[in-house]
Design a protein around this ligand. Structure first.
Ligand code: SF4
Length: 243
């Protein structure tokens, strides 16, 4: 049996945006991490820490984490999202993160059953062995998958569906808790059905798994991701869009 190919929602999404960016990521190319991603990472860490370390003052943790990031270091226990790299971008302002944290805790004080839960599931795609993996922010007492969002961006249903599938849950009963700043937290239901999930697995996950397996990383310069603002690898990429 050959080694399985590991795929995650993040690797699928990154490859779909641009294969070259995924290649840079796998190569471990260091790059500045945008401040908005750092803010999201601090927000996630504080929400998870309140269950793991309830005795700590999480608002103080947010201030300390931002101060550590400002020195170019990664705070203890914090997972950086999306990009390999150095913390060289703008350090996030702690106050908006504290405001979002307070809003979330006030609105959803529910104790989760699982926090930062890692899942793995073998997927049969009529290919070589493929393992889908990921980290779920939290699962509540009713089995709903919770994905903390710092932004007001509408969550991608594919992410939630893959998390549900990866955890062996029926996708008809999953919700994302979604923070819409500045004044509301929304619970957004997963709108996919089983057929939509199967189509996604075979029409999207399958070709991306093949590309990752065989090292196919095409540069994609036609979308808005290919810009200095959106792509963390812009400065080092010779394929980048030049107009
Ligand atoms: S600069 Fe453009 S082509 Fe290069 S990695 Fe980024 S998105 Fe891809």
């Amino acid at each position: 049996m050959s080694e399985p190919t590991l795929v995650s929602y993040t690797s699928i999404r990154r490859w779909l945006r641009c294969g070259r960016a995924q290649e840079f990521y796998l190569m471990g190319r260091e790059t500045p991490i945008p401040g908005r991603m750092l803010a999201g990472s601090v927000f996630h860490a504080a929400l998870c820490r309140r269950w793991v370390k309830p005795e700590d003052d999480q608002e103080e943790y947010i201030r300390i984490a931002c101060a550590v990031l400002a020195k170019g270091e990664v705070p203890e226990g914090m997972r950086l999202e999306h990009w390999n790299g150095q913390v060289l971008g703008d350090a996030p302002d702690p106050e908006p993160i504290i405001g979002a944290y307070q809003l979330y805790v006030r609105t959803y004080p529910t104790t989760p059953a699982l926090v930062e839960h890692v899942f793995e599931r073998t997927v049969d795609l009529d290919l070589f062995p493929v393992v889908l993996w990921g980290v779920v922010d939290a699962v509540d007492a009713w089995g709903n998958i919770i994905d903390y969002k710092f932004s007001s961006q509408v969550p991608d249903m594919a992410q939630l569906a893959l998390y549900a599938f990866g955890m062996g849950k029926p996708i008809s009963n999953c919700h994302a808790y979604h923070l819409c700043q500045p004044d509301a937290v929304q619970v957004i239901p997963l709108s996919w059905d089983e057929e939509t999930l199967q189509n996604y697995l075979h029409q999207v996950v399958r070709p991306v798994a093949r590309a990752l397996r065989y090292g196919v990383f095409p540069a994609r310069t036609d979308g808005w991701w290919c810009s200095e603002k959106r792509c963390a690898y812009y400065s080092m990429c010779v394929a980048r869009r030049t107009i």
